[in-house]
Write a protein that binds this ligand. Structure first.
Ligand SMILES: Cc1ncc(COP(=O)(O)O)c(C=O)c1O
Length: 433
């Protein structure tokens, strides 16, 4: 072709959480039964959406309005409801015009980074959630810029690292944080969030806070929403129904925009995001209609409480199993539904292995373990040996070696089997040289 047609950022679009699926499917064809531990979908892992929520959705499905387009920013009453929820917290006050609906946060993230000036960079956490890091890297054409989350300090951001990176790189226009965090399960206390906001204020950058797990906080942790600490700074909070109802297939998320009227340039940027949505007309209407009826329902608080308890118990169960394994370090999760298991330095090498009986599986494995990070190598062996599909930490823009499990399996026996089998496999692998 006379012109190259590949975007400069094309190589940056990676999503290990789903890429591992290709390998797992190949092994499935070779007869391995796969236990899917790679993706954060509670429904796929056996959770049943509460009947009263299903009834609300069924009722909406029988109304004609649910089949029509809605306004570009989203259903008016739902935006009004959500703005009111933000204002009730007493922090930054917003209106329905500061809420924009998307087809899931995946859509929101693509637009947030896609319509940012190319030279304007957003610094995000490492380990990173791949949708953010890939979108930011693809937008800039460079590797994603990151600050370190420190496992020695409950995976809290290293604030010195963050501030230094912002100070010495004036292309950084914003800070991204995920609270509660994926993949670490960390939850940032209010005082800590204030320190991050103070850094943003000192260097005049805006803040993006992914709050998709904000209602999944447990083990005594306390946090708050971005709206409660943002003060006068420009900011965007990201929320959605995927993890909360949970309804990931509904593809419904929204942004809450703070202080756009105080910063003309920020307002123009938000306008460009809304205009991009306008080209698509609007996001899917039915899940939006459900929001005041579900989140505004008196049963919702109890619904959230019971889910917190479930994840707390599972987090502690996983912690008890993995904290006894030599060669790895774990931090007890306090939010979301993931846990990162970190290999201690120099524990992994390229000579370790797990037993694999089938020669065809062995042969395939040999073709994929060449030149991969040592944690990915372990993950491939685990997959080929016992069929458990987890995600290597190096797939999360992270130099540390480890992997992520989810706390989502609803079958108690299966969950226990999965974690105990991983624990045994770590031991075998590490001792296999
Ligand atoms: C931190 C974080 N943000 C956003 C998403 C995606 O949300 P959605 O289903 O709304 O696209 C996920 C999904 O796992 C996530 O972990």
């Amino acid at each position: 072709m006379r012109r190259t047609i590949v975007h400069e950022g094309a190589e940056q679009l990676t999503y290990e959480i789903r890429e591992i699926v290709t390998v797992a499917q190949k092994l499935e064809k070779l007869g391995i039964e796969i236990t899917w531990e790679n993706i954060g979908d509670p429904i796929r892992k056996g959770e049943k959406l509460a009947t009263w929520i299903k009834e609300i959705i069924c009722d909406l499905a029988s109304e004609d309005k649910s089949y029509a387009y809605v306004s570009t920013q989203g259903v008016y009453e739902s935006r009004l409801f959500l703005a009111n929820e933000v204002n009730k917290r007493g922090g930054c006050q917003i209106t329905e015009d500061d809420i924009v609906f998307f087809n899931g946060l995946g859509d929101a993230v693509a637009k947030i980074f896609g319509f940012l000036k190319r030279e304007a960079r957003i610094i995000g956490p490492s380990p990173a959630y791949s949708t953010h890091s890939s979108a930011e890297a693809a937008h800039s054409g460079y590797e994603h810029l990151t600050y370190t989350l420190d496992p020695e300090k409950n995976w809290m951001p290293d604030l010195k690292d963050l501030e230094n990176k912002i100070k010495y790189n004036d292309s950084i226009a914003g800070i991204l944080l995920i609270n509660p965090d994926n993949p670490t399960g960390a939850v940032y206390p209010k005082a800590f969030l204030k320190k991050m906001i103070a850094i943003a204020a000192r260097h005049r950058v805006f803040v993006i806070c992914d709050e998709i797990y904000s209602q999944i906080v447990y083990n005594g942790a306390r946090t708050c929403h971005l709206s409660e600490v943002i003060g006068d700074l420009p900011g965007i909070a990201l929320r959605g129904v995927s993890k909360e109802y949970p309804w990931p297939g509904g593809r419904c998320g929204w942004i809450e925009v703070f202080n756009q009227d105080k910063y003309p340039d920020f307002k123009r940027y938000i306008k460009s995001i809304i205009n991009a949505k306008m080209l698509e007309v609007c996001s899917t209407s039915l899940p939006q209609y459900s929001i005041p009826k579900v989140i505004g329902n008196p049963k919702y608080a109890q619904h959230l409480e019971s889910r917190k308890k479930i994840f707390e118990d599972r987090a502690n169960e996983a912690y008890d199993i993995f904290s006894r394994v030599e060669g790895v370090t774990v931090v007890r999760p306090q939010g979301a539904f993931y846990m990162s298991i970190l290999f201690d330095d120099d524990v992994l090498n390229e000579n370790q292995h797990l037993p694999i009986d089938d020669p065809a599986v062995q042969e395939y494995l040999q073709t994929i373990v060449k030149d991969v990070h040592v944690d990915k190598r372990f993950v491939y062996f685990l997959l080929a040996s016992v069929g458990i599909c987890v995600v290597p930490l190096t797939g999360f823009c992270c130099g540390r070696k480890g992997f992520r499990v989810t706390l989502l399996e609803c079958d108690d026996q299966k969950r226990k089997w999965t974690w105990e089998t991983i624990a045994k496999s770590i031991k075998h692998y590490v001792e296999s040289e």
